[in-house]
Design a protein around this ligand. Sequence first.
Ligand SMILES: [Zn+2]
Length: 145
Amino acid sequence: MSEIKRFTLIKPTVDTPFCIDFNWWAEQGQDPNVFLREYLCAEHQAAFEQNQTVKIDWVDPQTAEVQAVDGLQHVLIQHCAKQPNFITANTSLVDAVFRILLANGNIPMSPVELSREIGKPADLILRTLSSGRVFMGIRPKHPSK
Ligand SMILES: [Zn+2]
């Protein structure tokens, strides 16, 4: 019985952590970096102008695991998302959630936690993120595989 894989679909709640799944773009047949490039600071937009893919070694602060990560995504999280003007008051709810997750190193956050950061009600965030459509790769964090 232990060999049967369980695919449990749990309805997300305001306490369900969400994070950006960078594989989502690939599933849509898209390159995430084409989209993510717009979120880079001016300096790094110039640096990543060409369609280059750079892989760098990165140590996960939570698991201490070394992973080959995408250079653009790394720079975005480590530098550009930490710039003071990265999160502005005029972004849409989904964009605000996306920017907060990036600025926090894509550590999963629940709608309750996101609500504190972006000042929108947690149930509104939950309804938006669990509407059945995935926005910008933001999905519930599945228990580690
Ligand atoms: Zn930057």
